[in-house]
Ligand binder design. Structure first.
Ligand SMILES: Cc1cc2nc3c(=O)[nH]c(=O)nc-3n(C[C@H](O)[C@H](O)[C@H](O)COP(=O)(O)O)c2cc1C
Length: 194
């Protein structure tokens, strides 16, 4: 019998970013998406500000999102470096996904914690979604395109909300290969024993 630690270690290490190019286009049940969001909601949060906010795109919403991102690319790229292929790819990413979740942070109006703590809490919520998708065999990844700085009106963000990226979710094609590499943890750790 595997221990909970072994199970969690395996889940953490096998979690991977899987990109829309590898999605089949198949749709994930909304109930599943709700469960993934429910898990996100259990992230750690200092002073219980629970700063994560999500905008879920599905059905025709995916087309609106794809058009927003592709048009943003077009409008912010000099004509001489504009690539029709990249425009189409940007549009297609949302359309190949089952759902795309805008990852947002709501700044605590009382500023009871520094902003970085709110950003960190949202990142923890995203990790919960990553691990949830991974355990379900779903593909997902966190995308942070330049467009997020100007996405407020499109996402109808509220006062104090900020977009930190988009979380793409889709059903991966069978045999999708991922490439995971990490430098040894010992290169990133210093011990103090006295
Ligand atoms: C805050 C954040 C932003 C990211 N933004 C992008 C992005 O804009 N484009 C992209 O291809 N991957 C993005 N990624 C995903 C990384 O590419 C991915 O995590 C990395 O390649 C490691 O792969 P793994 O997630 O499979 O371990 C982002 C990840 C994080 C944590």
């Amino acid at each position: 019998m595997i221990t909970r630690f072994e199970y969690v270690s395996e889940l953490l290490r096998e979690r991977r970013s899987i990109f829309p190019a590898s999605y089949t286009g198949e749709k994930v049940e909304e109930q599943r998406i709700m469960q993934i969001l429910e898990n996100a909601n259990w992230a750690p949060t200092h002073k219980h500000t629970e700063p994560w906010r999500f905008v879920v795109f599905c059905n025709d919403g995916l087309l609106s999102l794809g058009e927003f991102l592709a048009n943003y690319y077009m409008e912010h790229t000099p004509v001489e470096s504009f690539s029709e292929e990249k425009y189409k790819r940007t549009l297609g990413k949302a359309l190949k996904s089952s759902h795309v979740i805008a990852i947002c942070m709501q700044r605590d109006p009382k500023e009871s914690v520094p902003e970085w703590e709110e950003l960190a809490a949202v990142a923890c919520a995203v990790q919960n979604m990553y691990l949830s998708c991974s355990s379900l065999g779903l593909g997902c990844y966190w995308s942070s395109p330049k467009a997020i700085v100007d996405a407020g009106p499109f996402l109808q963000l509220r006062e104090g909300e900020k977009c930190l990226g988009f979380f793409y979710i889709g059903v991966p094609e069978k045999g999708t290969k991922t490439n995971a590499q990490r430098k040894p943890v010992m290169e990133k750790v210093r011990w103090r024993r006295g």
